[in-house]
Ligand binder design. Structure first.
Ligand code: 6R9
Length: 653
């Protein structure tokens, strides 16, 4: 793909300087980059002082057995103490930690003092159930305050949690329980979703009939919806019956900085899910620092809201551990953005005066499709910083987000990171960086990333290749649970001494980094590498297209042929003329080689629960194959719809 293509995508040179007032009062200034560059380890040692340690660390990084890192290894601390108790001790017990908004409209605000009491009681309850330091606890919950309490209670007693997204099936839950050898499962009767109670407990009951889950001795059940549940005497325990009667004080024990904090499973494209292991001191240091730096958090005045699910790493790092370690006040919302109406999110922003919003491009594009008039009905003037995570954000969506949600005032920070990196890695800083729509731009202070070619040579500005991380970072994964060899093979084998993230990327003429999607998704068309992200971005820049997913389908003439699935904006008529218009539009934006061979208008796209498009399934459709594993899909009927449409609507020439 030519260098001009990026510039074409932008169409005009757009840069947004930080607002003067924000820059003048920013938590982090340009000087941090210099300091970290001069002494990277010293920089991180300094950031570790954001935390309260029971034993201060003297060591920063032990990299004597790469790529198995130890950070702050001689220090000891308690994560729950850092996220809760110390704020109460500092006189902030009355500050709201969580404004919970249930989907049906019920609300609850928990102060840091409330959180301290509930976490302490839950920690006692887990101990009563026999959970010991090091035992794994599976958490399968809706987005309710008890989920946050449960995670912190596990951290408090040193029992690594494995949160399994509440939308996963009994089978997916069973696989994860088995792999981590969990002893206790924390769940609820159900949660509210799309206006209805949606059950969770039956999936736990079913999962626990599967071989390999016999070590689970207790199931702790929160009552949320009041729906009927089957009860297994001797195994099942109501949360309110055991937690509420516990003592309200609990002494936190300090654990080694390298004590396991949690396992979180990511399902790659193939093979069984990988249990990504994160530990205590380095993880908390980086999520705390990045939350402070990238969102410029002023805990005394900001109201922060991350819309991710806690079952995703974004929920772990930027709903639970980052914000709470910083004493933030945050919103926790249970439901979907369009229940009971498409303005629900904006109503919540208005109601709580949300000042920092962190969400995903897929949600932003859905809001664009619903129309500008919806957010316009609400007062969003409290917002001062917007964040994006999860996928490359196309420039159109970025600009829409800034304009229609941020009132053309707020910086948008596009944050690149992964479950494996634990915390943010590449992102603008809102008080420092002049932002560019669509680019994650620069590694954070203390982070070393670059783009290399096939031979591991760093590419010059203006060229593309593979994104790699060249130095260890505090919140890096420590291994894949129970499989060190897979850790080595997956992340460290492709390039020597470099962590390969699996993403394609490009450096523009200023050296800023643009993410181009997973390298597995890069297409090979007549000898040219073409990124799915670039073609999708070109399609979405057409006024009639709301969303696009692009795959390369095997083709006898060109190796692969570009096949695009598009969701049209409300009102656009789907006909042959439009398909031709879109093909021509892409050719004009990116060059004729990138012109899709087929374009198929569809009603929905297959997505994972965290909003990422499952291109693998679209490739199956485009190549007329039986569908692969659909268990991580939000809605499997989407694929049936797409398949039934395929023969008639495709344009072939
Ligand atoms: C945090 C999270 C990681 C993958 C990652 C990349 C994609 C995430 C992105 C982004 C472009 C961004 N990704 N953020 N791509 N720009 N700002 O999403 O973790 O679920 O493990 O996914 O998501 O492809 O490699 P995870």
């Amino acid at each position: 793909m030519s260098n001009e293509s990026l510039a074409n995508l932008l169409r005009e040179e757009r840069r947004f300087a930080p607002p003067a007032e924000l820059a003048a009062n920013a938590n982090v200034t340009a000087e941090a980059y210099e300091r970290a560059k001069a002494d990277r380890l010293g920089f991180w040692a300094e950031q570790a002082h954001r935390l309260t340690w029971a034993t201060e660390p003297n060591e920063t990084l032990d990299w004597s057995n790469p790529p198995f890192a130890k950070w702050f290894a001689d220090g000891k601390l308690n994560v729950a103490y850092n996220c809760v108790d110390r704020h109460v001790e500092n006189g902030l017990g009355d500050r709201v930690a969580l404004h919970f908004e249930g989907e049906p409209g019920d609300t609850r605000s928990l102060t840091y003092a409330d959180l301290q009491r509930e976490v302490s009681q839950a920690a006692h309850a887990l101990t009563e159930l026999g959970v010991q330091t090091g035992d794994r606890v599976a958490i399968y919950m809706p987005m309710i305050p008890e989920t946050v309490v449960a995670m912190l209670a596990c951290a408090r007693i040193g029992a690594p949690h494995s949160v399994v997204f509440g939308g996963f099936s009994a089978d997916a839950l069973a696989t994860r329980i088995k792999d981590a050898d969990a002893r206790v499962v924390i769940t609820s009767d159900g949660g509210y979703r799309r206006g209805k109670p949606s059950a969770l407990k039956p999936a736990v009951d079913e999962a626990l009939t599967r071989p390999g889950t016999e070590d689970v001795r207790s199931v702790l059940v929160v009552r949320r919806t009041g729906q009927d549940v089957e009860w297994h005497e001797g195994r099942d325990v109501w949360w309110h019956e055991i937690v509420d009667r516990q003592p309200e004080q609990h002494t936190p024990e300090a654990f080694d900085a390298e004590h396991p904090l949690f396992i979180l499973y990511t399902s790659g494209t193939t093979g069984k899910p990988k249990g990504i292991l994160h530990t205590t001191g380095g993880y908390l240091t980086q999520v705390s620092y990045t939350h402070h730096a990238v969102f410029d958090l002023k805990p005394e005045s900001d109201v922060y809201w991350c819309t991710a699910d806690v079952g995703w790493v974004t929920g772990h790092s930027y709903i639970v551990y980052g914000p709470l370690s910083n004493g933030a006040t945050e919103v926790l919302y249970e439901g979907t953005p369009d229940t009971p109406h498409q303005g629900r999110w904006w109503e919540i922003v208005q109601k709580y005066g949300v000042s920092i919003l962190y969400t995903a491009p897929t949600a932003i594009r859905a809001c664009m499709k619903w129309g500008d008039d919806i957010p316009a009905k609400f007062d969003l003037s409290s917002l001062r910083i917007l964040g994006s995570v999860g996928e490359p954000i196309n420039p159109e969506a970025w600009v829409w987000y800034r304009k229609h949600i941020g009132g053309d005032r707020t910086p948008v920070v596009d944050t690149w990171w992964q479950t494996e990196t634990g915390g943010m890695m590449i992102t603008p800083l809102p008080g420092v960086t002049a932002t560019k729509p669509g680019s994650a731009q620069v590694p954070l202070p203390g982070i070393s990333a670059t783009v290399v070619d096939d031979e591991a040579n760093e590419v010059p500005d203006g060229a593309g290749g593979y994104l790699v991380l060249t130095e260890p970072w505090p919140s890096m994964l420590r291994t894949i649970w129970g499989d060190d060899q897979r850790y080595l093979d997956t992340y460290w084998a492709r390039f020597e001494n470099r962590y390969f993230a699996g993403d394609g990327a490009k450096k523009d003429d200023d050296g800023d980094i643009w993410l181009l999607g997973r390298v597995d998704d890069v297409m090979l068309v007549s000898g040219h590498n073409i990124s799915t992200t670039e073609v999708e971005s070109a399609l979405v820049s057409h006024p009639k297209v709301a969303e696009a997913a692009v795959v390369g389908a095997t083709d006898p003439q060109t190796t692969q042929a570009i096949c695009a699935f598009v969701i049209l904006r409300g009102g656009a008529a789907e006909d042959e003329g439009l398909v031709e218009e879109l093909r021509a539009h892409v050719a004009k934006q990116l060059g004729p080689i990138a012109k899709p061979k087929r374009i198929l208008p569809v009603a929905e796209l297959p997505k994972t629960r965290s909003g990422k498009i499952m291109r693998r399934l679209l490739r199956d459709v485009a190549e007329n194959r039986a569908l692969g594993d659909v268990t991580t899909l939000t809605d499997s009927s989407v694929m049936e719809l797409i398949q039934t449409k395929l023969p008639s609507a495709a344009s072939e020439d």
